[in-house]
Design a protein around this ligand. Structure first.
Ligand code: PEP
Length: 248
């Protein structure tokens, strides 16, 4: 099934008010890139201002994480309701930095995704193996286990996006071979169809993430069942991010 690709940028803990100029440049460039959807996920502090600055353009804005609850005594956390209120349409959940640095389990990621869906946000659910797991030949088993345990009730092509991000490829400049990416995406597609049925599983977009840059985007994005990219470092510069989107 041909799905409209999504190119999503994750700014992580980068960006201040001045960075909104980069977002605006991406938003303006997005107008010419009608065959892809573009999304930027800045730090929570910038979501409202970025949404206002990019209003009326095709650039969507997302959060990088959300709490499982709508509101309450959770110092430092941000809820899906707050992200939606600030102008977000998407939220990343289960990024490997959250899983590793904050001990987030797939069960928690599933709860976060359900909180996102309850607020009308699209949940971008990240999964991926460590280098040790890859070297042990466990990549497919690991990502399928993460997928099964992280997928929320109500998952379909409108409500969720899956981002396959090998942990060892994030921010390292290393990428799996095209054959390896294609093998994992084929396995994930088959599992989505098995879990959700073809009507709901086939339209779920499967992104690849991990050191995507302008020079490797075209090859990665041309692979079967790769329906876009989750981009970290290269999303901070509008020229690089737009070049990745243009390579699709
Ligand atoms: C990410 O953080 O999701 C990511 C893919 O980072 P990078 O593109 O920098 O590897």
């Amino acid at each position: 099934m041909a799905l409209k690709p999504l190119i999503a940028g994750n700014w992580k803990m980068n960006g201040v008010g001045a960075s909104l100029d980069e977002a605006r440049a991406i938003a303006e460039g997005a107008a010419a890139l009608t065959s892809v959807d573009l999304l930027l996920c800045p730090p929570a502090t910038l979501i409202g201002r970025m949404a206002a600055r990019c209003a009326g353009t095709p650039l969507a804005i997302g959060g990088q994480d959300c709490h499982t609850e709508i509101a309450g005594a959770f110092t430092g956390d941000v809820s899906a309701a707050m992200l939606a209120d600030a102008g977000a349409s998407h939220v990343i959940v289960g990024h490997s930095e959250r899983r590793t640095l904050h001990g987030e389990t797939s069960a928690l990621v599933r709860q976060k995704a359900e909180a996102a869906l309850a607020q009308g946000l699209v949940a971008i659910i990240c999964i991926g193996e460590t280098l040790a797991e890859r070297e042990a030949g466990r990549t497919l088993a690991v990502v399928i286990d993460q997928l099964q345990a992280s997928l929320p009730a109500g998952a379909d092509g409108h409500t969720v996006v899956i981002a396959y991000e090998p942990v060892w490829a994030i921010g390292t400049g290393k990428t799996p071979t095209s054959a390896d990416v294609a093998e994992v995406h084929a396995g994930l597609r088959a599992e989505l169809v098995r879990l959700l049925g073809a009507d709901k599983g086939a339209p779920v977009r499967l992104l690849y993430g991990g050191s995507v840059k302008p020079s490797n985007a075209a090859e990665l994005m041309a692979l079967p069942d790769v329906n876009g990219a989750l981009v970290g470092g290269a999303s901070l510069k509008s020229a690089d991010f737009l070049a990745i989107a243009a390579a699709v």
